[in-house]
Design a protein around this ligand. Structure first.
Ligand SMILES: *Cc1c(COP(=O)(O)O)cnc(C)c1O
Length: 308
């Protein structure tokens, strides 16, 4: 069997945050075979549930999570069903099907697709949550293990937050390597800022709806564990505009010839814009989370939209 994820490069960037008096490192999760870091946690969870007796896998994400489940299922030789809402783009469905998964289009929105997926999961199929499950976080830890092995000691880690699965995994990883004092900048976009909203309210609340082009950050409520982590670890909330996230994508494509989703451009923009929280750091590590929900055509459309 192939590994369910790749060990990704950590490369230094002389372009991103060039004006900062720091070395900037890119953890290139965009290089994962399924296009995002989700390969790690989701691959780990899929393997675990199959070992525990599940005979098939179910997901309700038309995005990177669904693709990661399909990818893991193919490598593990297990059937996968992905239920997606009617709003899902054909390209996303094609990518999932190409991994050999069955795609069921059901419901007007994610909640309805999710309910159907739970029904399917009642028998022997394991439902794989996109972010809110301890095995997912455990799987994401490998990302920090790899940074640790390079010998680069981060003074700050910049990452994007949707439901907070990546955040939970990275903070667990920092703890594992006794990097308790390494703060995390948790980046969201306006309209997909459920973590920041909950932190501001000091209560584990949900936001009313999602309104951002960074669709991979579109969770209404952050995982409870992520919310709790703010009392255990130094986490800075950071919310950027869609325009900033898009600029992050454009500049990164220009500088490093890698196309990423706005969900990822959001984190990059914080470093490009030399946010105050990054001053006086020697080594800045950005998790370049990646994402397949972007094409050159789509990027052009977004750029048109924001020119108006
Ligand atoms: C899933 C995803 C995120 C958000 O991850 P969470 O674990 O939900 O916080 C960010 N960027 C990309 C590209 C993703 O696929």
């Amino acid at each position: 069997m192939n590994d369910l994820y790749s060990n990704t490069p950590l490369i230094e960037s002389l372009s991103v945050g060039a004006g900062l008096d720091a070395r900037v490192w890119l953890k290139l999760e965009a290089m994962q075979p399924c296009g995002s870091f989700k390969a790690r946690g989701i691959g780990f969870a899929c393997k675990k549930y199959l070992e525990d007796g599940a005979t098939s896998l179910v997901s309700s994400s038309g995005g990177n999570a669904g693709l990661a489940v399909a990818h893991a299922g193919r490598l593990l030789g297990t059937s996968v069903t992905v239920v997606v809402p009617q709003t899902t783009k054909k390209r996303a469905i094609d990518l999932i099907k190409r991994e050999g998964a069955e795609v069921i289009v059901h419901g007007k929105n994610w909640d309805e697709a999710h309910q159907r997926a739970l029904l399917i999961a009642q028998d022997k199929a394991a439902y794989i949550h996109p972010f809110d499950d301890p095995p997912i976080w455990e799987g994401h830890i490998s990302l920090v293990d790899e940074i640790y092995k390079t010998g680069v000691r981060p003074d700050v880690i910049v990452l994007s937050v949707g439901g907070g699965g990546l955040l939970c995994g990275v903070v667990e990883g920092l703890k594992r390597h006794t990097w308790h004092d390494v703060p995390v900048v948790a980046v969201e976009t306006v309209g997909a800022d459920c973590f920041s909203a909950a932190c501001r309210a000091n209560e584990h609340i949900a936001i009313d709806g999602i309104d951002s082009i960074a669709t991979s950050l579109g969770a209404k409520k952050v995982a409870k564990r992520a919310f709790e982590l703010r009392n255990e670890h130094q986490i800075y909330n950071y919310v950027v505009s869609d325009k900033d996230a898009l600029d992050g994508c454009n500049r990164f494509l220009e500088d490093h010839r890698i196309l990423v989703e706005p969900a990822c451009g959001a984190s990059l923009s914080v470093v490009y814009n030399e946010a105050d929280v990054l001053s006086d750091r020697q080594n800045i590590v950005i998790i370049v989370c990646g994402g397949v929900g972007v094409t050159v055509t789509q990027l052009k459309e977004w750029n048109q939209l924001f020119l108006e």
